[in-house]
Every structure is written in structure tokens, then in C-alpha cells.
Design a protein around this ligand. Structure first.
Ligand code: SF4
Ligand code: SF4
Length: 375
């Protein structure tokens, strides 16, 4: 599954909602305006006037950070499965005493997705490798062709991308796939992503890029690199590797304490970011025309997760976000048992939002760089 450095997903969601912003302010305004126009037009087309009204209410919620969500989310994060074939050193799943191995069955998916009338984006993430769910591509097909979701984003560890799976990725309507790749050399990669083979995953990514070219597909193939002591010296190498592979974008993020789960593990892995090395990696990426993101690009402000849309586990629980997907630790209720409309502004979640918005750090968010920075 995925690297889960939440800043990257936060960036993706925010850029999707706000429009991808770069360049001078006129370009920013134009990009924002075009994005809002696009979302409004899509809402009108899909849901008529009520869709546009919902977009306005939802947009206001995001803008004002109100404790109670107005309208309905247009983005949902779904965990396709709790199964994973790796034991990555920085992932708390590796250290669970008892694994959560349930899948998001097609039936569960239908029950969940039916509760979101205005859905426009789905991010398939969580603590598992989505492709291990046998219903995964059936779910994607339904989301794209029946539910008419505009943007489908999948995070994968890349180990299962054989020729057949690459064809499915390219032709199923997935808009973006992020492959976690935390080492620029075989030794480093294999020691971090235990159970994966560097050469095989590299070959898989090449197959995906070739398949994309063969079909003239617009799918964005993204490489994700989580910065740790073991690989911090490889920032330039990973840029070279990403360029050589022909992927569209690369992100480098810091290892999230919530993702590692244990404080002592996080201290053993985390490293102080060398800004100069980041700048050099960024300049190198720019010289190649490779899209590049670093976690520090995330705008400072309160974490947006409890407002933007729920993270829902394979068995229907609403968790705080993708770095805390284990409902055994904490959850806001189960949408397979209680309708989301009753859970979205429950006392529990409203108090959680208030806590975050006031600059506090709720117990389940300890150590997360996005908590406690509200200004
Ligand atoms: S062990 Fe699995 S879920 Fe955890 S980071 Fe690795 S691939 Fe993802
Ligand atoms: S602040 Fe909490 S809810 Fe937000 S991303 Fe961090 S851990 Fe998740």
C-alpha cells in the first residue's frame, strides 16, 4: 500500500478543490476561477441546481472552518482493504499484533457510496494494498461509469502492477496513481519496504508508463518518496530515477509520527530536513520538467481532514484521516450501521473539529505536523 504522508494527499485534495496554483497571481486567480467554474458546471450537469447549491454550501464550510459541515462532501477517502503484502519499516501496520484483513466488498462499497449524492473525488488509500481486494477494479469501474466520479486517485506500493493490472489501471478510469518508492538504490529500497523487490517494482512502474503511452492515456503516474535517515542522502538520485522512469510527478515527504505509530520508532527513522538538499532536488526536477512537491509546500493552517470529507475504512468506520485508519483505536461511527448524514455533525466529530480549529491537538493526532498550527 501507500506511504501515507498525509501532506501529499492534503495537497492533492486542496489543489483539486482550489485549482492547481503556481506562477503569478493572475494565473492563480485564473486557475482558481476555472476550477470553480469546472466544479460548478459538473455539479449542474450531474445534480442540477441542488448540485450547485451543495457546492456553494460545501465551499463555505471549507472556507470558514465551521464546526458543522454545511452541504455534503464531494470528496471521500476509501480504504479498499486492510490486507498488505509488505512490512515497511515506517508503517504501524507492520507492528500490529492482530491484522485487520477485511476488504471493502462491492456490496459494502455500494452501501457507502450511495450515501454521497454529490461525490466528485475518491481517494483509495489506507493501511493495505488496494489491488489485493478482488473487487477493486469492479469498484473503480462503478465509481467512474455509474457514479460518474470525476477524479479517482489510487495509492499503491507498486508490487502487483503486472502487465494485466497495468492495462486495468490505464483503462479503468483511474486519474492518478501514486506509487510509494522510498529508496533510489536496491539496498536502501529493499531495507525500507520489506517484502518488496526493487528491480521488480521498477520494472512494474516501467510497464505502467509504457502502457500509458501505448494507449495515449492521461493517467498521472506519480512517485512518492518518504524521507528517512536511511534514504535522506538520495534525494537527487530519486529525482534522476523518477525522470528516467518517465513518471509525471514526484513528491518527497517527511515520515509522519502518526503513521509510524510508536514514538521511539519515529525518532529512530525521522531526520531533520536539509533545506539545501531539497532545493537542489527541486532544481534538478525542474531542469527535467518533472513535477515536484515537498511537504513543506503544504500551506500552514489547521488540518482540513475532518472538514474535507471522511476517511472510511474497508469495514465502514469513519476514522480521523488516512494516517489513523485503525477504528480499534478511534472512530466517529460506522456508516454501514448509521447513515453518514447522522454522523457528519455528531457531537463527537464537532468537538474534534473545535479542538483542531482552536489550535489544539486531539489525542489521536499527537505528533502530526498538521495539528496545532491553526493561526
Ligand atoms: S506495509 Fe503495506 S500498508 Fe504499510 S506502508 Fe508498506 S505497503 Fe503501505
Ligand atoms: S491533525 Fe489529526 S486528523 Fe489531521 S491529518 Fe493529522 S492526525 Fe489526521
Amino acid at each position: 500500500m501507500n506511504h501515507k504522508y498525509i501532506c501529499f494527499i492534503k495537497l492533492t485534495v486542496e489543489r483539486y478543490l482550489k485549482g492547481y496554483e503556481h506562477g503569478d497571481s493572475m494565473i492563480k486567480i485564473t486557475a482558481k476561477f476555472s476550477r470553480i467554474k469546472f466544479l460548478m458546471e459538473r455539479s449542474l450537469l450531474k445534480n442540477g441546481i441542488s448540485g450547485v447549491y451543495n457546492m456553494l454550501l460545501y465551499g463555505l464550510t471549507l472556507k470558514l472552518n465551521k464546526d458543522k459541515i454545511m452541504g455534503e462532501p464531494i470528496t471521500v477517502q476509501l480504504e479498499p482493504t486492510g490486507k498488505c503484502n509488505l512490512r515497511c519499516t515506517m508503517c504501524k501496520r507492520t507492528y500490529y499484533d492482530e491484522q485487520r484483513i477485511q476488504d471493502l466488498t462491492f456490496d459494502r462499497y455500494l452501501k457507502i457510496i450511495g450515501q454521497f449524492k454529490y461525490l466528485n473525488n475518491i481517494i483509495f488509500t489506507g493501511l493495505g494494498e488496494g489491488i489485493m481486494n478482488k473487487d477493486f477494479f469492479r469498484i473503480v469501474d462503478h465509481a467512474k461509469n455509474v457514479k460518474k466520479v470525476d477524479f479517482i486517485f489510487v495509492i499503491s506500493n507498486g508490487t502487483l502492477l503486472n502487465r494485466e493490472v497495468c492495462e486495468k489501471f490505464v483503462n479503468s478510469g483511474i486519474d492518478k496513481v501514486a506509487i510509494s518508492f522510498d529508496g533510489a538504490t536496491k539496498e536502501t529500497y529493499n531495507s525500507i519496504r520489506a517484502g518488496a523487490d526493487y528491480d521488480k517494482v521498477l520494472a512494474n512502474i516501467k510497464t505502467l508508463v509504457e502502457t500509458k503511452k501505448r494507449y495515449g492515456s492521461k493517467i498521472i503516474v506519480h512517485l512518492g518518496f518518504v524521507l528517512m535517515k536511511k534514504n535522506a542522502h538520495q534525494m537527487k538520485e530519486i529525482v534522476n530515477l523518477a525522470h528516467g522512469l518517465g513518471v509525471s510527478t514526484l513528491s518527497i515527504g517527511v515520515v509522519n509520527p502518526n503513521f509510524t505509530g510508536k514514538e521511539e520508532l519515529h525518532s529512530a527513522l525521522a531526520i531533520k530536513v536539509d533545506d539545501k538538499a531539497v532545493e537542489e532536488a527541486e532544481a534538478l526536477a525542474k531542469s527535467y520538467g518533472l513535477g515536484f512537491e515537498f511537504a513543506r509546500d503544504v500551506p500552514k493552517g489547521v488540518c482540513g481532514y475532518p472538514w474535507q470529507g471522511p476517511f472510511i475504512t474497508a469495514d465502514g468506520y469513519i476514522a480521523t484521516c488516512c494516517v489513523n485508519p485503525d477504528p480499534r483505536t478511534f472512530n466517529f461511527g460506522n456508516v454501514l450501521e448509521t447513515p453518514y448524514s447522522e454522523l457528519k455533525n455528531s457531537r463527537q466529530v464537532v468537538s474534534f473539529r473545535k479542538h483542531l480549529a482552536s489550535g489544539g491537538v486531539p489525542p489521536n493526532c499527537t505528533g502530526c505536523p498538521l495539528a496545532g498550527v491553526h493561526n
